[in-house]
Design a protein around this ligand. Structure first.
Ligand SMILES: *Cc1c(COP(=O)(O)O)cnc(C)c1O
Length: 403
């Protein structure tokens, strides 16, 4: 039995009391009759905004033809999307999953299997970095190493060694006879839009080559145009052996992917991994349509241009409200605002101005506008940020005066 006031959804999310009935581009229309500027993109998922006509048409056309037929049979649509992802990246082979955590699970399994198939099953450990987030399955939680998420769920999955982000000496010390690979996010999203210096990525690549390790990039959040390149590893100047994608890959349709070189994937043979839904025709129609838009000439240029515009305007706001904000960071349209006030208060104040944003670690507020955002929409967003900062700045001053 339920009443209007109770929900039968498992209460694992601290949900805001706000619901939406429709979206269009960067706008979301609430059941409260208000219009919200969406700078969350469903946490970096709706990269092409809401109800993008090309995605809607692709999914509607596929929905009338074939939804699902399992991986018992050939997948011409999957082959096409995989070929395009490989053409646009370092990879030779793709495994399709349904989420970021699943794409990461495939990456972890592939990394272990690479060494087992090469005669070294004892090499299964993976080095990860503090502040990382790789998903909520048991293995990806162990990889992320965040105590607050691991507590209460029994013994943690073995085989992850965590070191501070950017600490090369600690990384070297962590490498031993059991090490299989190194796993890193090009930019830590959940961790607070933090990145290691480029020299660190270069050093990791060298370490992997010296020790025969696989370099694995978690690009679940950074991939698919978010940073102004189709994949963020292109900024780092190094090429990984394995890469996980999800979030924006389907533009809102759940799909993930693990990409790898043929060399790295050598251990993965028939029966070594699987998924019932992974890469089904609906998911492939969505991913194919996303690629149509993102690979069109000028798309990534637009993202980079909007990034510059947004960052410049944000820097001016940070200058004006040093008691609210202290820093703008990030790449492309994965932007972090380091807050002086509690980041949660800023997210709430922004929502009061009908601008939706998402918090992250390190007291950061993430701005993740759809990549199709225009300069006018950015101006609108920044104006709303200014208004929110003004209210917080007054609150702040008031509190100080009272105390
Ligand atoms: C969101 C995210 C994941 C997990 O993706 P899910 O689809 O929620 O399982 C993994 N890694 C990174 C970097 C992410 O941002």
């Amino acid at each position: 039995m339920s009443t209007a006031a109770t929900s039968h959804l498992l209460p694992v999310f601290a949900r805001v009391d706000l619901a939406f009935e429709r979206g269009e581009g960067v706008w979301l229309y609430g059941t409260d009759g208000e219009r919200y500027l969406d700078f969350t993109s469903g946490v970096a998922v709706n990269a092409l905004g809401h109800a993008h006509p090309h995605l809607v048409a692709a999914l509607q056309a596929q929905a009338a033809k074939l939804w699902h037929m399992s991986n018992l049979f050939r997948s011409p649509d999957g082959e096409k999307v995989a070929a395009r992802l490989c053409e646009a990246s370092f990879a030779d082979l793709v495994f399709f999953a349904n989420s970021g955590a699943e794409a990461m699970e495939a990456a972890i399994k592939l990394t272990r299997k690479f060494h087992a198939a090469g005669g070294h099953p004892e090499r299964y450990r993976i080095i990860t970095f503090e502040g990382a987030f790789h998903g909520r399955t048991l293995a990806t939680l162990a990889a992320g190493g965040q105590e607050k998420y691991l507590e209460g769920f029994g013994p943690r999955v073995e085989g992850f060694d965590q070191v501070p982000l950017g600490d090369l000496e600690a990384t070297k010390r962590a490498i031993g006879p059991h090490t299989a690979g190194i796993l890193i996010e090009a930019v830590q999203g959940e961790g607070g839009v933090r990145s290691a210096p480029l020299s660190f990525f270069k050093a990791l690549r060298q370490l992997c080559d010296e020790h025969g390790l696989l370099l694995v990039f978690d690009e679940v959040q950074t991939g698919m145009g978010r940073t102004g390149e189709l994949f963020a590893y292109k900024w780092t100047g190094v090429t990984p052996d394995v890469m996980a994608l999800a979030k924006a890959l389907g533009g809102g349709f759940p799909v993930g992917a693990c990409l790898a070189t043929a060399h790295a994937a050598a251990g993965m043979t028939a029966g070594s991994h699987g998924s019932t839904f992974g890469g089904n025709p609906l998911a492939m129609a969505a991913a194919g349509a996303v690629l149509d838009v993102m690979l069109a000439p000028g798309f990534l240029d637009h993202v980079r241009r909007m990034s510059l515009v947004l960052k410049q305007k944000l820097a001016a706001v940070v200058d004006r409200y040093p008691d609210v904000l202290s820093e703008v960071r990030g790449e492309g349209l994965l932007i972090g605002l380091k807050a002086v006030v509690p980041a949660g208060d800023l997210v709430t104040a922004l929502r009061g101005q009908k601008l939706l944003t998402v918090g992250a670690g390190d007291n950061v507020v993430r701005l993740l506008p759809p990549l199709i955002v225009t300069e006018a929409e950015i101006e609108e967003g920044v104006a709303r940020l200014e208004r929110a900062c003004a209210t917080l700045s007054e609150d702040h001053a008031g509190q100080k005066a009272r105390s």
